[in-house]
Design a protein around this ligand. Structure first.
Ligand code: SAH
Ligand code: SF4
Length: 395
């Protein structure tokens, strides 16, 4: 085997077709392989029974299917799940699965750390470590999907009165998969996706690919702090749903909260949103607005925000601030959030307030810090908090 095997999780359809083509394989072989890897979650080539033996041998020699190693998994009392993945050199990233009645949303990370440095974000406080590869981004989805499929499989077996089989091959669902378990993916974990453009783009294409995850463009959301040129590129390369982290209704305040605003001020950001809408799969942009006590939550801020929201077709998502140690900020009180959202709704702006989920496992927005620098401390902390024992998991 080569020193560095190719991780198939990192190859989108054209790249995989090219690889298979190098060995004389037809494009449909690449599609078959893609389905084994992404739809069925199989990582062992000898289990891909409808592929020719020589092809499997070639794959075994040159390739692997490998998600980042999972360090911990936690489950909240409300069903939210969080995974902490090791991405090497003391870096970790996190993914969160949020089940709801009508959908299941997986929130994934695009970078280890982030260098945008927003005041209210614990990832930002951590600083930038490195970009994730496509395999590491897709690996979060691949892994979570497999775990959820296995759980659904065992639940069905248990419901049918069967004892769970313990010898199912690695990477297999135990029973027929429920492909709707993850219906939505949002890039709202750690990192700024549009500052890691190419790997994120390849990952998004795989999410949409019918031979991989088959998600609709409306159900894959890229969230950005406002990297204007990359918003334009995304609109051309692969328009998916877009969320823009606004957080302030004027430049003076936004400069302080989201430092990237100094480079791409509101007038440019809003113009980019309008351009994006010409290509977007939804006819609105989601503006995210974190509610910070006494900072951006007054009646005057709401009035300014209304002016902005009237310029761009949008929905506003108010996020109660999730505090973390050392932030020096507080969450707006519930009655202030209510009054603020009412003021927006009275002006005809579609406004929602995000429910905080997974509070007991620090799984809420902005709390994903991926701290593993001190694993001992992390493990102690998790042991105290989790309902699930810490273990190494490999599907
Ligand atoms: N970098 C991208 C995506 C990751 S952050 C972005 O900024 O959009 C995802 C969302 O979580 C953003 O809207 C971000 O502003 C919000 N967020 C960050 N820290 C938060 C906190 N402490 N409380 C609530 N929301 C937070
Ligand atoms: Fe980075 Fe987004 Fe956090 Fe800002 S809010 S520091 S852009 S991850």
């Amino acid at each position: 085997m080569h020193a560095d095997p190719i991780n198939l999780l990192g190859l989108d359809a054209p790249a995989l077709t090219q690889l298979v083509g190098q060995w004389g394989g037809k494009p449909f072989r690449a599609r078959q392989l893609q389905r084994w890897v992404h739809q069925r979650g199989v990582s062992q080539f000898d289990e891909m029974t409808d592929l020719a033996r020589e092809f499997r041998a070639q794959l075994g020699q040159h390739c692997v299917v490998q998600a980042p190693t999972v360090l911990t998994q936690q489950r909240s009392t409300d069903g939210t799940r969080k995974w902490l993945f090791d991405v090497g050199q003391g870096n970790a990233i996190e993914s969160v699965f949020i089940p709801e009645d009508d959908r299941g949303t997986l929130c994934i990370s695009s970078q280890a750390g982030c260098n945008v440095g927003c005041r209210f974000c614990s990832t930002g406080h951590q600083g930038f470590n490195r970009n994730l590869t496509t395999a590491e981004i897709i690996g979060q989805l691949w892994f979570a999907k497999n775990v959820l499929m296995q759980d659904a499989g065992s639940a069905r077996l248990e419901a049918a009165g069967n004892v769970q089989v313990g010898n199912a091959p690695a990477g297999h669902a135990l029973a027929s998969p429920d492909p709707r378990a993850i219906s939505n993916v949002v890039m709202m974990g750690m990192g700024e996706p549009l500052l890691n453009y190419e790997p994120v783009l390849a990952a998004v294409r795989l999410m949409l690919d019918d031979n991989a995850y088959g998600l609709s463009r409306r159900r894959v959301t890229v969230s950005t702090s406002g990297v204007v040129p990359m918003m334009d590129r995304l609109s051309q390369d692969c328009p998916v749903a877009l969320a823009v982290s606004l957080h302030a209704p004027n430049d003076a305040l936004r400069d302080q909260l989201v430092p990237l605003n100094k480079k791409y001020p509101l007038v440019e950001l809003l113009a980019a949103c309008e351009r994006y809408l010409e290509f977007a799969p939804r006819d609105f942009i989601t503006f995210e607005y974190v509610m910070l006590d006494g900072v951006n939550d007054t009646d005057q801020h709401a009035r300014e925000l209304i002016q902005i929201a009237r310029r761009v077709r949008c929905k506003l998502n108010l996020i109660p601030f999730n505090p973390f140690p050392g932030s020096g900020l507080l969450r707006s009180p519930a009655n202030r959030i209510r009054a603020f959202s009412q003021q927006l709704m009275d002006a005809g702006i579609v406004t929602t307030v995000r429910k905080t989920r997974g509070d007991d496992i620090d799984a809420a927005c902005g709390q994903l810090a991926g701290e593993v620098k001190d694993r001992t401390r992390l493990r102690e902390k998790l042991t105290m908090k989790t309902s699930i024992p810490i273990k190494e998991i490999r599907p």
